[in-house]
Design a binder for this molecule. Structure first.
Ligand code: IFM
Length: 477
């Protein structure tokens, strides 16, 4: 097995906390932190000590302040302002207004008892043109955020790319250009130097598969392309950017860990036929192995490569040495789990379980167990953290359906730990109601309600429930 750099969560959390002068002191807490720790009742599922209970967001989905303090536009600013691209014409101009309400949100996180917060850096906020000199005011926002997290005992987990490619780089060809991988690594290196003394956990890419499928194949996400051939090239360059960023991280000699955040779906044959099993293997290649194999094994799957048509541009895009570079040693893997996939003998897909307001989100908690144990089985003992799991609901504040969803997925995660998976944390998607891409603000994924007009925050029932889970370090089924 390849060498893994192991840094315990405790060590990550122990990064020196530096309070900036403009950070108001954390609010005095009267909640669970001050009272005796609540305990689990009979049948409770206790998680390992130090388990990183977390929540996730991403820059364009929550920050707002789209044209403030020198931020440059990203592809999502452009896309969401084009007619017909998002539901109701919604944009991330204001989003959850997190840029202005960062201290309020930090206090909400502290109040929940979060141990870990996963956010993303807006590339065009820190580098308005994607390259060149840093925008000090933009970077300062992330210093405020990270300092505020550390001051509250919350471990920052920074994602470098959550879909918001700077528009200036898109104008030069974006991820279809091989150069974009290096532009990304250069930006990543600037972030390692700027924030690396405070941020110990880095995630390179968020869900490259979604960029390929929705951004470049169906075109329902930015940059809105419908070109399968270009999509596969962009997919390779994204992975190359991951490898170059990991290499740049090693070059900085910063302490800490780095890996990718991949959305994975267990793929099952829809029936017992050999044909369905064959088709499921093909879909598994697209959905999972195409991403996992290069990142964790340093090679593309043979069957996936062989399935690329002769003359497909991705064949030329994958140059000698690329796969090994993509496979630069990762320290951890972020697993984002939402849904299983059932494949028919004809290669079609069927839904076998209930869905949510997001019709693609088929609720199957056992799928989380299956994917976590499968990663361990096929890729070794790399530390895993669930970087996203959650659901949207039309229930406003009394979101009992979300509680049931999270409880069942946490129970599956607990079983996976029992089966030997090195699962270190679980991040709910999402901390806040936010801009759900093409769905705008119509889907609400947050533990915290954000009023669509005033942006006022209110804890939902799921937030109160999650606070109890964290305080007990476990789930009461
Ligand atoms: O909101 C998204 C997030 O940006 C990436 N993962 C899936 C979430 C829900 O669709």
């Amino acid at each position: 097995m390849r060498r893994r750099h192991v840094l315990t969560l405790a060590a990550v959390g122990a990064v020196a906390a530096g309070c900036r002068p403009d950070d108001p002191p954390p609010r005095a807490e009267s909640g669970p932190a001050a009272s005796p720790a609540p305990t689990l009742g009979p049948g409770g599922l206790a998680f390992p000590q130090g388990f990183a209970w977390g929540a996730s967001t991403s820059a364009y989905q929550v920050e707002g302040a789209a044209a403030e303090d020198g931020r440059g536009p990203s592809v999502w600013d452009t896309f969401s302002h084009q007619a017909g691209r998002t539901r109701g014409g919604d944009t991330g101009d204001v989003a959850a207004d997190h840029y202005h309400r960062v201290y309020e949100d930090l206090d909400l996180m502290k109040d929940l008892g979060l141990r870990s917060y996963r956010f993303s850096i807006s590339w065009s906020r820190v580098l308005p043109d994607g390259r060149g000199a840093l925008n000090a005011k933009g970077l300062d926002f992330y210093h405020r955020l990270v300092d505020g997290l550390l001051a509250r005992g919350i471990t920052p987990v920074a994602t470098l790319f959550h879909w918001d490619t700077p528009q200036a780089l898109q104008d030069k060809g974006g991820w279809e250009q091989r150069d974009c991988a290096q532009w990304f690594a250069d930006y990543a290196q600037q972030m390692f130097y700027s924030l690396g003394d405070k941020v110990a956990t880095w995630l390179t890419l968020n869900e490259p598969k979604t960029v390929v499928l929705l951004g470049y194949t169906t075109g329902v996400h930015a940059p809105g392309k419908r070109d399968r051939r270009a999509a596969d090239v962009a997919g390779h360059h994204l992975l190359l950017g991951h490898g170059l960023a990991v290499r740049a991280f090693r070059g900085t000699n910063r302490k800490g860990r780095i890996g990718a955040a991949l959305n994975l779906s267990p793929v099952y044959p829809a029936d017992n036929s050999a044909a369905a099993a064959r088709q499921a293997k093909i879909v598994d290649g697209e959905e999972n192995r195409r991403w996992l194999d290069p990142v964790l094994l340093g090679r593309y799957p043979e069957d996936w490569l062989a399935a690329q048509p002769a003359g497909a541009p991705v064949r030329a895009a994958i140059r000698d040495g690329d796969a090994a570079l993509i496979g630069e040693r990762s320290d951890l893997l972020g697993v984002q789990y939402y849904n299983p996939i059932h494949v028919t003998a004809q290669g079609g897909r069927v839904v076998k379980h209930p869905t949510t307001q997001a019709s693609w989100l088929e609720v199957y908690p056992d799928g989380l167990y299956d994917i976590l144990t499968r990663v361990k089985r096929d890729y070794g003992d790399i530390p895993l953290t669930v970087t996203e799991n959650g659901m949207p609901t039309t229930n406003d504040v009394q979101d009992d359906d979300r509680i049931a969803f999270l409880r069942d997925h946490l129970a599956a995660a607990h079983r996976a730990i029992g089966a030997g998976v090195r699962l270190e944390g679980f991040h709910v998607w999402s901390l806040l109601d936010n801009f759900e891409w093409a769905e705008g603000y119509s889907q609400r994924w947050g533990l915290i309600r954000v009023d669509p007009q005033t942006r006022d925050r209110r804890r939902k029932a799921s937030a109160e429930w999650y606070r109890g889970v964290i305080a007990r370090n476990g789930v009461q089924p």
